[in-house]
Design a protein around this ligand. Structure first.
Ligand SMILES: C[S@@+](CC[C@H](N)C(=O)[O-])C[C@H]1O[C@@H](n2cnc3c(N)ncnc32)[C@H](O)[C@@H]1O
Length: 268
């Protein structure tokens, strides 16, 4: 796999994702502005469901003293993340874990210890936790609450669809989203399916693509996109229940939110 092919695929990933989340860069920036203000520049972050590492890369560039533990379950995207983050050396650990299983937090802690970095102070996630079932999501926030340092924060940027209580914004959000998706494709960018077709044509990724497809097929229909209709209130209530005494939203564009939680500074 040549460096150029990977870089082209990674950059196509970003543009493909922007077809679904037009404000993706703004969402990253808001998260990083919070981190800068609350934690300063030296901390360990978790990039939960990192994909090919877009968030980790931006975070490591903005905070040269920071460390990231990037976690995902997709073997092909993890390979891309490893390549993309390789030049950050020890500052980036890329690990495989299923965030729907309780073992993910032990794996993150083990990675932090092996790399001799601080316990994580912040968990970030973008466009991913809708893959978890509501019960799994609540457990995931619970494990994050146990894992993070006192005063630690969670920021989850994702679509949290308006439910039947808000039919008008639900319809508007859907129309706006579809328009951006169509415009992106009309500009020659990929949608989700065509990006994966390009990826599997790269010889080194082909086998990994087959493996990830088999794993995803095994977990359908139970889990595929099942949390997508989880409204924002559920996220906020789950964070509170998990011990994040500050819990709420800090950014929103229609049904695209950043949900924020912060633990108390003392565990007592
Ligand atoms: C749309 S991608 C977003 C990737 C990245 N966060 C970004 O913003 O570019 C969704 C990611 O969630 C990951 N994912 C879905 N379910 C997961 C699970 N149970 N455990 C770990 N990762 C998961 C997928 O493998 C994929 O990388």
């Amino acid at each position: 796999m040549s460096e150029d092919e990977i870089m082209a695929l990674l950059s196509r990933w970003d543009r493909q994702q922007e077809g679904y989340i037009e404000q993706r860069e703004e969402r990253f920036k808001v998260m990083f502005d919070v981190i800068e203000s609350v934690l300063g520049g030296s901390f360990t972050a978790i990039d939960a469901a990192c994909g090919p590492g877009s968030l980790s890369k931006r975070l490591l560039d903005r905070f040269p003293q920071a460390h990231v533990i990037a976690v995902d379950a997709d073997v092909m995207l993890l390979e891309l993340a490893r390549v993309s983050l390789a030049h950050y050396g020890e500052r980036a650990q890329v690990i495989e874990a299923d965030l729907g299983l309780s073992s993910w937090s032990e794996k993150v802690l083990a990675a932090a210890q092996a790399a001799n970095v601080d316990t994580p102070s912040v968990l970030l996630s973008t466009t991913a936790l809708h893959w978890l079932m509501p019960g799994e999501l609540a457990e995931f926030y619970g494990a994050a609450g146990d894992l993070l340092k006192p005063g630690g924060m969670v920021m989850n940027g994702d679509h949290m669809r308006f439910d039947s209580r808000l039919p008008t914004p639900r319809q508007v959000a859907k129309q706006v989203r579809e328009k951006v998706e169509q415009e992106t494709v009309a500009l020659g960018e990929d949608d989700w399916a065509s990006w994966w077709l390009k990826a599997e044509k790269i010889p080194r990724l082909k086998k990994l693509k087959v493996e990830r497809d088999a794993r995803y097929a095994a977990r359908q229909p139970k889990r595929k996109n099942s949390g997508e209709d989880c409204p924002v209130d559920f996220h906020v209530a789950s964070l509170r229940h998990a011990g994040f005494t500050e819990a709420g939203t800090i950014w929103q564009y229609f049904d695209n939110y950043i949900v924020f939680g912060r633990k108390p500074l003392s565990d007592e």
